[in-house]
Design a protein around this ligand. Sequence first.
Ligand SMILES: *[C@@H]1O[C@H](CO)[C@@H](O)[C@H](O)[C@H]1NC(C)=O
Ligand SMILES: *[C@@H]1O[C@H](CO)[C@@H](O)[C@H](O)[C@H]1NC(C)=O
Ligand SMILES: *[C@@H]1O[C@H](CO)[C@@H](O)[C@H](O)[C@H]1NC(C)=O
Ligand SMILES: *[C@@H]1O[C@H](CO)[C@@H](O)[C@H](O)[C@H]1NC(C)=O
Ligand SMILES: *[C@@H]1O[C@H](CO)[C@@H](O)[C@H](O)[C@H]1NC(C)=O
Ligand SMILES: *[C@@H]1O[C@H](CO)[C@@H](O)[C@H](O)[C@H]1NC(C)=O
Ligand SMILES: *[C@@H]1O[C@H](CO)[C@@H](O)[C@H](O)[C@H]1NC(C)=O
Ligand SMILES: *[C@@H]1O[C@H](CO)[C@@H](O)[C@H](O)[C@H]1NC(C)=O
Length: 401
Amino acid sequence: MVGTQVWLYTLLGISVLVEAKKNPEVHVTTCLISGNCVLPCRFQPSARDIISWYRQEVLLLSSSNHSSQLQHGERVSLFEEKVASGNASLLLNHCTFQDRGKYRCHVNSTVTNQESFVLLRVEAPMQFLSLKIAQPEIQQLNCSSQGIYPAPHLQWSTEPPLPLQALRPITRMAADRSGLYSVRSSLTMVGSSANYTYICTVNASYGTQTWKASLRKKEDMTGTVGQALTIPCFAPRDMTNFTLTWTFMRDQQPSTILTYSSGTKEMNNDWSHQARVDKTQARSGNGSLRLWNLMNQENAGTYTCTFSATQSTHTVLTSISIISTAKATSYARIWIITLVVIALFLLGIALLVYAKQKGVFYSWRLMSEPADHSEAGGTTQMQTMETEQATASADPDNSQP
Ligand SMILES: *[C@@H]1O[C@H](CO)[C@@H](O)[C@H](O)[C@H]1NC(C)=O
Ligand SMILES: *[C@@H]1O[C@H](CO)[C@@H](O)[C@H](O)[C@H]1NC(C)=O
Ligand SMILES: *[C@@H]1O[C@H](CO)[C@@H](O)[C@H](O)[C@H]1NC(C)=O
Ligand SMILES: *[C@@H]1O[C@H](CO)[C@@H](O)[C@H](O)[C@H]1NC(C)=O
Ligand SMILES: *[C@@H]1O[C@H](CO)[C@@H](O)[C@H](O)[C@H]1NC(C)=O
Ligand SMILES: *[C@@H]1O[C@H](CO)[C@@H](O)[C@H](O)[C@H]1NC(C)=O
Ligand SMILES: *[C@@H]1O[C@H](CO)[C@@H](O)[C@H](O)[C@H]1NC(C)=O
Ligand SMILES: *[C@@H]1O[C@H](CO)[C@@H](O)[C@H](O)[C@H]1NC(C)=O
């Protein structure tokens, strides 16, 4: 009888062990590269627990009991003050790609053996996405990011939509020695770039992260010296929490005009003598820049408006050229003088024709013949003109002989 009982208990014990082996707890944990990482493990505490952590079945750390010093490597440790309450989580400092893999947490207590597994993933999340005009001469756009794991996915689109065949982007992806990916894609803006917004979208971290950068190059604008000009710029409709930045670029020298934050509603204006953005308008996404008292070449250049939000930016570039009023008036003066001269010339011809028809000119010539001296030809011509005009303005019927 006793023998059967022992036999039964042994069988039960084996089946419990098999059960535990069949359904071990598996956690999937994602840690950031270079970050500190916690691999979870919970157990039922008892008087004498021995905690062991293995990575790919190689012992990393083992604790004999709660108060003992742990024999651990330089980067792994337990939360010693938590062990007594059944928390045997492992702290892994300065995570690297080599830390990826399957971990086992084993607790050997007086009651029972407990174990659980952790599958560790290491990620390098995207930190930035840059979209800019790399070569203005050929209207080339570059979209890029780096230091990413796992491999990201990049896509281009336009607003309004253009077929992908029309964009023909060239995308290159590469991993560096530590396994981090960089992605770089370039395309040439289609002819009438002013009407399209170019959008570069990158998915990272297994599609859980999406970054978006858009750019639009607006039609060039012209201002006049001494006058005012408004450069339009609007936030994308879905962007409500943003920072607006206006910059000015001239001879490759960028400078900040102003910044505005929709969160704090604060504006820093470095060009307050000459430029402003209406705060109330800006809050609702109208970042249009008002410039006044324009100066000849000082204000000519590229004005860039950027709306930045978390994982999203929108940039609008506008080239401004300035014409001087002096030039404008001198052009106007030349035109007026030319028109007056043409008008006078036509009037003269008209009067000549009229006078010839009526015979006035001929009779006047006859009358003035005796007083005419040979060397006074020019004067006579002038007088002729004057007389014609006088005649023309008088009643034609009365002037008839
Ligand atoms: C547990 O810790 C105590 C004192 O900290 C020590 O004397 C004892 O040997 C430890 N037990 C084991 C199994 O290492
Ligand atoms: C164990 O303790 C650590 C440190 O306080 C904590 O971060 C972790 O969430 C705890 N784990 C569990 C499973 O309670
Ligand atoms: C549990 O610990 C005891 C001694 O403390 C040891 O004899 C036994 O082999 C351990 N079991 C496992 C599965 O590590
Ligand atoms: C833009 O991308 C092209 C091709 O990917 C590359 O050759 C060029 O150096 C890049 N320019 C900049 C400014 O990053
Ligand atoms: C990014 O992920 C979203 C949602 O999963 C998807 O709609 C979109 O097409 C993806 N874009 C890219 C570039 O993979
Ligand atoms: C660009 O759009 C404007 C109106 O927004 C239109 O008048 C113009 O014809 C368009 N240009 C091209 C090249 O499509
Ligand atoms: C707006 O964005 C900033 C950072 O980009 C963030 O700190 C803030 O909490 C956001 N505010 C709201 C209302 O979403
Ligand atoms: C945008 O704001 C400017 C003033 O900064 C204003 O002149 C313009 O009318 C506004 N545009 C719209 C569409 O509200």
